[in-house]
Design a protein around this ligand. Structure first.
Ligand SMILES: [Mg+2]
Length: 492
């Protein structure tokens, strides 16, 4: 039987992260840099012409007000989580499930997390289920670094297991990132894309260690992923928020201060101003009741007033590529189908699809083919798919930009022990003995987003009409990192 990602898991898992950040003054060098940014009357610059989504202007300059409709993801984008506390919670919840419900040996799983465990965690790792390996690949799909369980493999060993440092599944993934989302390949590999996912990499590795120890060495094959998937579905089942089941949702409800950060007044004001000038929208994978809970906590009871339309349980990335109907939401429950022509400004809906949403934008803006921008953290759901499948420009929110450090910046990230990894190296690039190269994720950022920021608060401090240098269409330059390029890239 082919197992696919359970829709409950896929829809809810799109999210959670957080960071506590201390903001220090911008360096003088950056100020000089900003001073020499292109003036507003550059030849590329335009705010008034009607632009079709297929017509790209401002090749190297980005401005929010160049877009008619500006949308946001919620989890790990507008809403920041305390990643450290969240990782502990999710790790303990999943480990406990596997021990009590699936009978796994608690020897490794039940130990409290140590610094070396946190160092093992990194966003964006690829799991090879059958071989029990975790992989880091570069933009060309070459496996540059790998572990079996928690043990690092030598480059010679990688070449022995993966001839030419390649694997069919990751090749498919690099050619089309949606090809591994469902279907047979989804049961061979999985990329762990956000902070909801990352504890799974450590659990997976520790389970492999446990099995190897019990059975005396690497096995011919492993089959632990289906059990892990059951645990993730149990943890993120959207009904469990209301029912207070599954440990994860009850913990968040009981102690929101421990797991979430409130949005700053600057961010809320910036979103309010944005809505006065442009159509704003929210597309989140989370269910309406959870969305209301976390958004009310982080933004305030009036959070809905920041958006012209809100889409919950959107099932990204399929939201952008398929044609699921929009559903009414009554008392947090999905109700009747709503035709896209009947979507209302100020409404909150469940599921739906991008094409229908654009029809709503056309109606409200009075423009055909309005220019759309989407801001999010998940590099497949929020960045790659909107950009490559529906020609929507994107802004990537990547907290590792802060935790790893940036050129001439003194910003730091309180969760850097979890976000950074000396074992795996920089999130943005990979090093072998000779060269520095883009990681797959570093490449996706510069190829499929206009701008990459560590958090929305940093742009909320700037005027709405500010011009930013952006990544170029050819994906060759690093100009779109704001406020500055990550230190690992500056070493290129
Ligand atoms: Mg998110």
């Amino acid at each position: 039987m082919i197992r696919t990602w359970h829709p409950l898991y896929k829809s809810v898992r799109s999210c959670l992260s957080v960071q506590c950040i201390s903001w220090h003054k911008t360096s003088n060098k950056l100020k000089r840099f900003a001073y020499f940014w292109p003036p507003v009357n550059l030849r590329y610059y335009s705010t008034t012409v009607t632009i079709t989504p297929l017509t790209r202007v401002n090749m190297n300059v980005f401005k929010f007000l160049d877009y008619d409709c500006i949308g946001f993801d919620l989890d790990n984008t507008i809403l920041r989580y305390n990643v450290t506390n969240m990782v502990h919670l999710m790790y303990e919840t999943l480990a406990n499930y596997l021990i009590t419900e699936k009978g796994y040996d608690p020897h490794y799983l039940s130990r409290p997390l140590e610094d070396k465990d946190l160092d093992f965690i990194q966003k964006g790792l690829v799991l090879d289920f059958e071989r029990g390996n975790l992989l880091r690949i570069n933009a060309d799909g070459i496996i540059q670094r790998a572990c079996h369980g928690t043990k690092l493999l030598s480059i010679e060993k990688i070449k022995e297991i993966y001839p030419g440092q390649r694997w069919d599944a990751t090749d498919d993934f690099c050619n089309d990132m949606l090809s591994t989302w469902n279907g047979p390949v989804s049961m061979k590999m999985r990329s762990l894309l956000d902070y909801f996912d990352v504890p799974s990499s450590l659990i997976f590795a520790k389970l492999i260690d446990t099995l190897d120890k019990i059975q005396g060495g690497p096995l011919n094959g492993y089959n632990i992923w289906p059990d892990m998937l059951d645990g993730l579905i149990e943890m993120f089942d959207r009904d469990h928020f209301e029912l207070d089941r599954g440990h994860f949702f009850p913990s968040l409800k009981k102690n929101p201060d421990k797991y979430m950060h409130k949005c700053t007044a600057k961010t809320i004001t910036w979103l309010q101003k944005l809505k006065k000038h442009r159509i704003t929208f929210l597309i989140t994978g989370s269910n309406a009741d959870f969305v209301d809970f976390i958004a009310s906590y982080a933004i305030g009871e009036e959070w809905k007033s920041l958006f012209d339309i809100i889409i919950c349980y959107a099932k990204k990335p399929a939201f952008f590529t398929e044609n699921r109907p929009f559903l009414q939401v009554t008392n947090y429950r999905e109700n009747d189908i709503v035709e896209s022509k009947n979507l209302k400004q100020g409404g909150l809906y469940s599921q739906g699809n991008w094409k229908g949403l654009v029809e709503f934008f056309e109606y409200v803006s009075g423009k055909q083919n309005p220019r759309c921008l989407y801001v999010g953290d998940n590099l497949i759901q929020d960045i790659y798919v909107p950009n490559s499948h529906v020609q929507c420009d994107t802004v990537a929110v990547v907290e590792e930009q802060m935790s790893e450090g940036m050129m001439h910046q003194r910003l730091s990230h309180l969760d850097e022990k979890v976000l950074n990894s000396t074992l795996w190296g920089s999130y943005f690039c990979l090093k072998d003995s000779k060269t520095n190269m883009d990681s797959l994720w570093g490449y996706i950022i510069k190829k499929h987003s206009k701008l990459c920021i560590p958090e929305i608060d940093l742009i909320a401090q700037e005027p709405l009409d500010k011009s930013y240098l952006s990544f170029s269409e050819d994906g060759k330059k690093y100009d779109g990192y704001y406020p500055a390029v990550p230190l690992s890239i500056s070493a290129f």
